[in-house]
Design a protein around this ligand. Structure first.
Ligand SMILES: Nc1ncnc2c1ncn2[C@@H]1O[C@H](COP(=O)(O)OP(=O)(O)OP(=O)(O)O)[C@@H](O)[C@H]1O
Length: 309
């Protein structure tokens, strides 16, 4: 649904985004993660048809953002990281303004605005002035305006930035709801835990380069040359299991607590399978044998520390 192909953006000699490529499938929530200045907004503005590339291409549902921006604009709802609004505009007027811009017929506008306000839980603010809204409500309103033309793709630049924990949780719930309505969503953030529990895939960008992209699990796998294992064994076999692990040249950082051993294993699925076979074959009562997944924070720290090339 979204494709970025070899996108590069230069400002003079400075390369803000360097040969970026990634794809986002239909119905995904893609977390675009990177520290300040990494190139997230630059990429997002390119996809939103607001910035011309130095080179490279971008597609929304097969339409080129460079060659066919009008088609792309109909397909996307874009939420910028800065929220601009005219003074003296009421909530419903703000949405009506965008509905007019999207050429939604007068007869349908009232109903659509009512529906969007309801979805974003802003119905009670319909006649309030936008400038008087709290930050959380302004962000929700900005999300609301991306929905008036019912686009299949949402491109959201840091929608939760500056929100308190409650408003952030509400924003997350909203994005999940929008996904369940069939939207494909690209959402950027420099705060990882904000995205960890609801994105379906992530791309990590730093200094204009994409360091990793894919599902959280895929990235964890490809990023780590070793796995973190957790093995629960029956009580009498704990010492034997630990001895087997310690004698194995591929296993390190072994800890033992309450019938459970944790260890780091150099290698992938094959090493894991071999180890399990070894334990079971040696008569150890293995109750459970599982890989401990890294949190998104750990993945991010691993990547941006430059551990992975
Ligand atoms: N118009 C411009 N002229 C020169 N440099 C720019 C311009 N716009 C962006 N940059 C630079 O490009 C780099 C990427 O900026 P960008 O805004 O895309 O980062 P970001 O990941 O969105 O950061 P943040 O999280 O702070 O919004 C930064 O170093 C920024 O200073």
């Amino acid at each position: 649904m979204i494709e970025v192909r070899n996108f590069t953006k230069r400002y003079g000699d400075f390369v803000a985004v360097d040969d970026l490529s990634f794809t986002i499938g239909e119905g995904e929530i893609f977390g675009f993660i990177g520290p300040n200045g990494a190139g997230k907004s630059t990429t997002i503005r390119f996809l939103a048809t607001l910035l011309r590339p130095s080179s490279g291409e971008g597609y929304i549902a097969g339409h080129s953002v460079v060659d066919d921006p009008m088609a792309v604009r109909k397909l996307i709802g874009f939420m910028p990281d800065d929220f601009g609004v005219y003074d003296g505009m009421k909530v419903w007027e703000f949405l009506d303004f965008f509905a007019v811009a999207y050429k939604i017929p007068r007869g349908s506008r009232k109903k659509i605005i009512a529906e969007v306000l309801e979805l974003l839980d802003l119905t009670h603010k319909r006649d309030d002035y936008v400038n008087g809204l709290s930050k959380g409500m302004k962000q929700r309103l900005c999300l609301a305006k991306t929905l008036v033309h019912d686009p299949p793709v949402l491109i959201l630049d840091e929608p939760a930035s500056g929100l308190d924990p409650r408003a952030r949780a509400e924003m997350k719930a909203l994005l999940s709801e929008l996904r369940s309505m069939g939207k494909t969503i690209l959402v950027s953030s420099h705060i990882l835990p904000e995205l960890a529990d609801f994105v379906t895939s992530i791309g990590i960008i730093e200094r204009g380069k994409l360091l990793a992209a894919g599902s959280v699990q895929e990235i964890q796998r490809t990023l780590r040359s070793h796995r973190r294992l957790q093995i629960r064994v029956t009580d009498p076999d704990l010492a034997q299991a630990e001895a087997i692990l310690r004698a194995d040249s591929k296993v390190r950082d072994i800890t033992s607590y309450d019938h459970t051993l944790t260890a780091e294993v150099d290698g992938g699925d094959t090493e894991m399978a071999r180890l399990l076979q070894h334990l079971v074959g040696s008569g150890v009562g293995v109750q459970s044998f599982s890989e401990v997944e890294m949190t998104l924070d750990e993945v991010f720290m691993t990547v941006t520390k430059g551990i992975v090339n």
